[in-house]
Design a protein around this ligand. Structure first.
Ligand code: ZN
Length: 204
């Protein structure tokens, strides 16, 4: 914890003054062009991967980068999506999976989650992802997890399309959905080709 406090101190002393103009503008302006949905995994840092400044990414992070399909009732993920798309008017949404995802590994392995009932319940939002992978002809082992990580991005994009704010923005052609997978070991980012359903290296 001491490291965190020291970090805040360093931020206030060195970083903030050097970017004072940016922070002054951000104090009254919130207009991020993109919504980035990633896993909560500490190794996935959206702003670092995409080299974005503060104010440029609206971020939702959940275990396994899961997006529950729209359903009436209180839902923090749904509210954040609705606000980003309906109020902030983001033009792009990226669902980003990543290598070595603990949630996807547990799902692929059929891990015993009796001690983790909230995790077990949450991972039900990835049932379609698992079904997608099970239906494919993927070899066993690590490749199964890699396939599930990709298939999960496809399924969560489908879930995203059940949210009314997303449906409206897509119908007005004001929104584009993207699927990415970030590889921690290499820094590579693969992007989903919506037409083929295949992932290929992201071209900048
Ligand atoms: Zn993860």
């Amino acid at each position: 914890m001491k490291e965190l406090a020291a970090g805040v101190n360093r931020f206030q002393r060195d970083v903030y003054p050097a970017r004072a103009a940016l922070f002054a503008q951000l104090a009254t302006t919130h207009r991020p062009p993109a919504l980035f949905i990633s896993c909560s995994d500490a190794r996935v840092v959206p702003e670092l991967i995409t080299q974005r400044e503060p104010g440029e990414l609206f971020v939702i992070r959940t275990a396994g980068n899961l997006v529950p399909p729209y359903a009436p009732g209180a839902d923090g993920v749904a509210a954040s999506i609705e606000y980003a798309v309906g109020v902030l008017g983001v033009t792009d949404v990226i669902v980003c999976g990543h290598s070595g995802c603990g949630a996807m590994t547990a799902l692929a392995a059929g891990s015993d989650l009796t001690e983790l009932p909230a995790v077990a319940d949450w991972l039900r939002h990835a049932e379609a992802s698992k079904a997608r992978t099970d239906a494919g002809s993927h070899p066993a082992g690590a490749e199964t997890v890699a396939a599930l990580i990709r298939d999960n991005v496809l399924s969560q994009l489908a879930n995203l399309r059940t949210h009314p704010s997303v449906v409206r923005a897509l119908a007005r052609e004001q929104l584009t959905l993207h699927g990415w997978v970030y590889d921690i070991a290499s820094g590579a980012v693969a992007e989903l080709d919506a037409t083929s359903g295949q992932f290929a290296e992201l071209v900048g």
